[in-house]
Design a protein around this ligand. Structure first.
Ligand code: MEV
Length: 435
């Protein structure tokens, strides 16, 4: 990894208030002041103008919370990862997992070249036409060049073509591989497919049904690995010193996800809690990344776990590999100040580095979920975040929120009625103040 910024946020970041956090972000990471303004208010005229440049009939923003998962060590370099998510415990869980994994040496990661596939589907292609097309891939490769813009000059471009007939519809499918470098690539891929289509029709004698990229991204993958010694795992919350026992249970939980698709999908949803939050923070196409992940999980005809956790000697070893079509330039990622802020925080990574970070984050998120599922259970952590929201909905504001939430947690009663009763008590001075 050469294209990152190794500076990270100071410890204790999460204990600061949001304006102080933003100030620390700017000082610690050298984030531009403009980006700070854009993420802090959401009501600025300039922001509304940007929104209308991005979507039709814009009326503003749906402000999904943006936070930072702190303390990732990936290939020896520290990262603080921006995450946009509406789910309360996700960022805390990622940070907690990152800290434990860092104690075991952190993540090692890798990524493939950023090769994507664009597809043409043609009607009325004879067997001879199909063969002819298969023989002419170099001609297609040359003809596609003008539609690739500056990609070849940047080291990307045409990487090959394959043809096949779909058995049920008899449609001819032409798949063209293109290295899209640091872009997500959707525009380049769609432009290239449409641009080269007349030649493909001419060679094959067929007629275009449609041209569009494939979101499968099976050739564009990120991978991460970590090894957590039992001695470290034993110190994790809920492990009670029994690192070996926790490791065995996490391994077993992963085998269950692999065996039973109805559990596997929840296990993988947890992985995507991390990856999609990074995708959203960097204005990448979450739907594309999610769709590709689930197709990959079912690539051998059965839906399986995206991660593997197994005991090796005196450690728990986790691995993940999946398609990750993250773009770091072009598209919305480069357009909006909020996504530029997120990329800034990561030290302006190229797309392969972003895929490595995403893979590490997905593995961390999955580890955090499994750790709590096989030890104390998930609800304890969830309720910690749920209680303040109930307190807020009951009318608590400012210092009242923490006081009411902590009283609810102590009483293990999270009903709205209880929140209102406790709020009334607090206002009458019958409940201690908290922070
Ligand atoms: C919740 O958003 C994610 C989990 O359900 C993941 C899992 O079950 O592995 C906790």
């Amino acid at each position: 990894m050469h294209d990152h910024n190794p500076k990270t946020l100071p410890d204790g970041f999460r204990k600061l208030d949001p304006p102080t956090r933003r100030e620390r972000l700017r000082v610690a990471l050298g984030i531009e002041a403009a980006a700070d303004e854009f993420t802090s208010t959401g009501s600025d005229d300039a922001l509304v103008e940007l929104s209308s440049l991005m979507v039709e009939s814009s009326i503003g923003y749906a402000p999904v919370p943006l936070g930072v998962a702190h303390g990732f060590l990936i290939d020896g370099v520290g990262f603080d990862i921006p995450m946009a998510t509406e789910e309360p415990s996700v960022i805390a869980a990622a940070s907690y997992a990152a800290r434990i994994i860092a104690k075991g040496g952190g993540f090692t990661s890798r990524a493939t070249e950023p090769v994507m596939v664009t597809q043409l589907f043609l009607e009325g292609v004879s067997d001879e036409g199909l063969e002819q097309l298969a023989d002419e891939s170099l001609r297609v490769g040359a003809a596609i060049q003008p539609f690739l813009g500056s990609l070849p000059a940047r080291g990307g471009g045409f990487r090959g073509m394959s043809v096949e007939r779909l058995p049920q519809t008899a449609i001819a499918k032409v798949s063209i591989s293109i290295d899209v470098r640091d872009a997500m690539g959707a525009n380049i891929l769609n432009t290239a497919a449409e641009g080269v289509c007349p030649l493909i029709e001419e060679i094959s004698g067929g007629k275009r049904l449609m041209c569009i990229l494939s979101n499968a991204a099976t050739d564009r993958r990120g991978a991460a690995r970590c090894s957590i010694p039992f001695s470290v795992l034993g110190g994790a919350a809920g492990s009670n010193g029994d690192g070996a026992g926790t490791a065995r249970r996490i391994e077993l939980a992963t085998r269950v996800a692999d065996e039973d698709p109805s559990r596997g999908i929840t296990h993988n949803k947890g992985v995507m809690n991390g990856i999609s939050a990074l995708a959203l923070a960097t204005f990448n196409d979450c739907r594309s990344i999610e769709a590709a992940a689930h197709l990959w999980a079912a690539r051998d005809g059965r839906y399986r776990s995206l991660t593997s956790w197994r005991v090796e000697g005196e450690a728990l070893v986790g691995e993940i590999e999946l398609p990750l079509s993250f773009g770091a330039v072009g598209g919305a990622a480069a357009f909006h100040p909020a996504s530029r802020l997120a990329l800034d925080m990561l030290g302006h990574p190229g797309a392969p580095t972003l895929a490595r970070i995403a893979a590490s984050l997905g593995l961390a998120q999955n580890f955090a979920a499994l750790l709590s599922l096989v030890t104390g259970g998930i609800q304890k952590g969830h309720m910690r975040y749920h209680a303040p929201r109930i307190a807020y909905m009951a009318g608590a504001r400012g210092a009242e929120i923490a006081a009411v939430a902590q009283a609810m947690t102590a009483e293990k009663n999270f009903s709205m009625h209880e929140a209102r009763t406790l709020l009334a008590s607090y206002r009458e001075g019958r409940l201690p103040a908290r922070n």
